[in-house]
Design a protein around this ligand. Structure first.
Ligand code: FAD
Length: 380
């Protein structure tokens, strides 16, 4: 049996990237006092179009995209430090996050020239929001079971079906959806296409779903004979599965897969004010060591993207380890928290505990990722 190996390498960030980190920190110090929400490192905790526009003005959305389309033409390592600093500071990034992380990359690879010219500059300015239309009722882990379908109708397509757990659909301008354009045959991955759906078109029904914390971040999106113009097909008809798999590599490896509960650590350190007992020191030390190791792995994936390699396998490893770690972090910190903590600490901890169950589900569950990793290593 052939076995592949993992391409993790120690990466020293270039000086220019380190300088960028300082620039981002200065920007955060200046802008954070204007943001009313409590800092939260969970990337889909809070959304602010205003904040995304501020980032856009700094050139920190679409940073790696070609300058031809208004992108920054910068490295994936630069993008890494910007995203890491924003998540660590707990800023409201969700309005532009999905578009910047993956939808823009899909458009760059598979979009028509017109789609690129029209939409990428709007993403870069923080003006438009995207959502991901993959999961459906009875089709999450087993994505190939998706049944949402598109049938030709005149010059366009009629879409019927339901997408589920769609983060941000209620505020999104566009969805990139995986849709069946042919009925399923022996090859379950064949016959899918991706569509760029304008969600502001009347006729699409977006129903809110409350998460465990009582917040509305995701939705059920229902299409009933929903008409999409012919040009809304993204890339090649029938190539949807392959396109979606390449999109997932962008979705799975970033700092948001490690640091979702990071603010609990920051707030705990604020509470103890440097005065820790042995037990607290041990837990804080272990958590810090994990963060240091995993962010190096995540930076290594950023380098692979920079080198034009496909990091799908390494990204799955980072997400599995990162999500498992960030899910346990709030509980570990709760157990060492001093008595009589501040309201601010309690709110931060509460939010992390209530959202933690979702960390290992969103973007593909741990169990499924482990199968992907085993297959990638030739073990399955
Ligand atoms: C906060 C959040 C945001 C999300 N946002 C989006 C979004 O924007 N767009 C989108 O398309 N989707 C989104 N999702 C959906 C997410 O991708 C799915 O929840 C996930 O893929 C799992 O699918 P499922 O919920 O149908 O669970 P199921 O597939 O039913 O899985 C249930 C359990 O069974 C396990 N399991 C299933 N199959 C196997 C197997 N073969 N071997 C071992 N174990 C297995 C799973 O690991 C899981 O623990 C979001 C989910 C969450 C929690």
């Amino acid at each position: 049996m052939m076995s592949a190996s993992l391409d993790f390498r120690a990466v020293d960030l270039p000086e220019s990237t380190q300088a960028l980190r300082q620039e981002v920190r200065d920007f955060i110090a200046q802008v954070q006092p204007q943001i009313p929400s409590l800092p939260d490192s969970n990337f889909d905790a809070a959304s602010s179009k205003w904040f995304s526009q501020q980032l856009g003005a700094k050139g920190w959305i679409g940073m790696t995209w070609p300058t031809d389309y208004g992108g920054g033409g910068r490295s994936f390592l630069d993008r890494f430090v910007v995203t890491e600093e924003l998540i660590a500071a707990g800023l409201p990034v969700s309005f532009h996050w999905i578009a910047d992380r993956q939808s823009g990359a899909v458009l760059l690879s598979y979009g028509s020239e017109q789609q690129k010219r029209e939409i990428l500059p709007q993403i870069i300015k923080g003006e438009v929001c995207f959502c991901i239309g993959m999961s459906e009722p009875n089709s999450g882990s087993d994505l190939a079971a998706a049944r949402c379908s598109a049938k030709r109708s005149g010059q366009g397509w009629l879409i019927n079906g339901t997408k589920l757990w769609t983060t941000g659909a209620h505020q999104a301008d566009y969805m990139i959806a995986l849709v069946r354009t042919e009925t399923a045959g022996d090859n379950r991955h064949a016959g899918f296409s991706q569509f760029l759906i304008d969600l502001k078109t009347p006729g699409v029904e977006i129903r809110s779903i409350q998460n465990l914390a009582g917040n509305h971040t995701f939705n059920e999106v229902v299409f009933t004979d929903f008409y999409c113009p012919g040009e809304s097909i993204l890339g090649k008809e029938g190539n949807g599965w392959e396109q979606t798999m390449s999109e997932l590599a962008f979705e799975r490896s970033g700092p948001e897969r490690i640091l979702s509960a990071y603010r609990v650590l920051v707030e705990l350190l604020r509470e103890v004010k440097g005065d820790v007992d042995d037990r607290q020191a041990e837990v804080i030390g272990k958590i810090s060591a994990h963060i240091i190791a995993m962010r190096r792995m995540s930076i290594s994936v950023a380098l692979m993207l920079e080198e034009g390699k496909n990091p799908a396998l390494e990204a799955s490893v980072v997400k599995d380890l990162g999500n498992s770690f960030e899910k346990t972090m709030p509980e570990l910190l709760r157990l060492i928290a001093p008595e009589n903590t501040s309201e601010r600490f309690q709110q931060t901890l509460k939010s992390a505990i209530l959202h933690a169950p979702s960390f290992t589900l969103r973007g593909g569950t741990r169990e499924i990722l482990r199968g992907v990793i085993a297959r990638g290593l030739g073990l399955r």
